[in-house]
Design a protein around this ligand. Structure first.
Ligand SMILES: Cc1ncc(COP(=O)(O)O)c(C=O)c1O
Length: 400
């Protein structure tokens, strides 16, 4: 089918929840993707921080093909070799001692919310199940995770919401301290807010949150769905600090495009998820686990995360040059590693569309932020291409 035929079929049969761009991608390799008419694009969104190894990384594709021929799915009623190996490597790369697998970021956060409630009730005292969350956060679209999300737009029309969440401003320790009561069991926070507009908190924010949680004996839950798997220059973003969470959620890049989510925790916390307390039919099935295992082994063996800081700095330096060139268009620039946001003073949707017309895929986040989350394997020359196209787009805006 050509692009126009795909758009028509999609518009006829797909639920209207997404406001889609007129683009139908059919092929990918590394940082490049191709549409159904053969046009090539530079992908600096990577499926929103998913394809960290680039599209169709040979090792990941090979692992999926091999596993698909051997065994795709069995129930979690049985032991699954690649799932156990994946859990082992995730624990090696983090504070965690055990892992629960699911299929998405929202499900990982659902699991974390459920576990925190069980832990609170059992360990802290009956009814200690409230969770402190942050304004402008994003945790998913299920009923619990949209309630936890600190953005009104995802909640509209879905009342009644769940009980048990207290929302405070992000990057404000005093607000968290003031919100803790004898009903609080946990604090849920993104180390860098993604959907909220790529908001990087103060350097000591996590450490101070950890301190506060320790003082009150409550759990620190980090949503690393977007920041994890090398995106910010460490395997998990909390590793930029000297502290660790009690529970961590992961998804997005965990399978480099194959759907898989995970909730990581210490043994002591996970004992409260006993037999029958939670489950997922597909969570960590052989195919998803093989894809994820190959993703993480490749990141490790090719030392890809080691170069993320330098690439991010190169990108941000280029954007800052653009900012001095186009001060009437570009506002603040924020980022950690290759998770970068740039505030735009004209409607950001127009910039995203103009980039698309020049065969560059970028995203938006927050109120008016251009979001760049390219594959971590992006080369300097490709970052230069990205900067060149952005320069052309901003020059066109100035002329208009
Ligand atoms: C920080 C964070 N948490 C959770 C989610 C939800 O993940 P999913 O769309 O896989 O359910 C997202 C998705 O953007 C996210 O950025």
């Amino acid at each position: 089918m050509n692009s126009v035929e795909i758009f028509a079929l999609s518009d006829s049969y797909i639920a209207p929840t997404y406001n889609r761009f007129p683009l139908a991608l059919v092929k990918g390799a590394g940082v490049k993707v191709w549409d159904a008419d053969g046009n090539e694009y530079l992908d600096c969104l990577a499926g929103i921080a998913v394809c960290n190894l680039g599209h169709c990384h040979p090792q990941v594709s090979a692992a999926i093909s091999e596993q698909a021929r051997q065994l795709m799915h069995v129930s979690n009623l049985y032991h699954i070799e690649p799932q156990a190996q994946l859990a082992e490597i995730l624990c090696e790369f983090s504070f965690a001692e055990k892992v629960f697998f699911c299929n998405s970021g929202a499900e990982a956060n659902e699991a974390a919310i459920k576990l925190a409630r069980r832990y609170g009730d059992a360990v802290l005292g009956a009814g200690r199940t409230r969770i402190i969350t942050m304004q402008d956060s994003f945790h998913g679209r299920t009923m619990a995770t949209l309630t936890a999300t600190g953005q009104q737009k995802v909640k509209t029309g879905y009342q009644p919401l769940l009980e048990g969440f207290d929302c405070v401003p992000f990057n404000n320790i005093d607000a968290v301290a003031a919100a803790i009561t004898d009903k609080t069991c946990a604090v849920l926070v993104e180390p860098v807010q993604g959907e909220g507009g790529v908001i990087v908190p103060d350097a000591d924010y996590l450490e101070r949150l950890r301190q506060l949680c320790d003082e009150h004996k409550i759990l620190l839950i980090l949503d690393e769905v977007q920041t994890g798997i090398g995106r910010t220059g460490k395997f998990f973003a909390y590793q930029h600090s000297n502290v660790a969470p009690d529970i961590l959620t992961s998804a997005k890049a965990l399978g480099n495009g194959f759907p898989i989510g995970a909730m990581l925790a210490s043994d002591q916390v996970l004992t409260h998820f006993g037999h029958g307390s939670h489950a997922s039919t597909f969570g960590g099935n052989p195919l998803a686990s093989a894809a994820s295992l190959a993703t993480i082994r490749t990141l490790r063996d090719e030392k890809i995360i080691d170069k993320v800081g330098e690439k991010g700095a190169f990108l941000v330096a280029g954007l800052k040059k653009l900012q001095t060139e186009f001060p009437e268009i570009i506002g603040a620039i924020r980022g950690l590693g290759l998770m970068v946001g740039m505030d735009i003073k004209v409607p950001v949707g127009d910039i995203v569309k103009a980039c698309l017309e020049k065969y560059l895929l970028v995203g938006s986040a927050g109120a008016n932020t251009l979001r760049l989350t390219p594959p971590l394997v992006i080369e300097k020359a490709e970052i230069e291409t990205l900067l060149r196209i952005l320069t052309e787009v901003f020059s066109d805006v100035r002329k208009a």
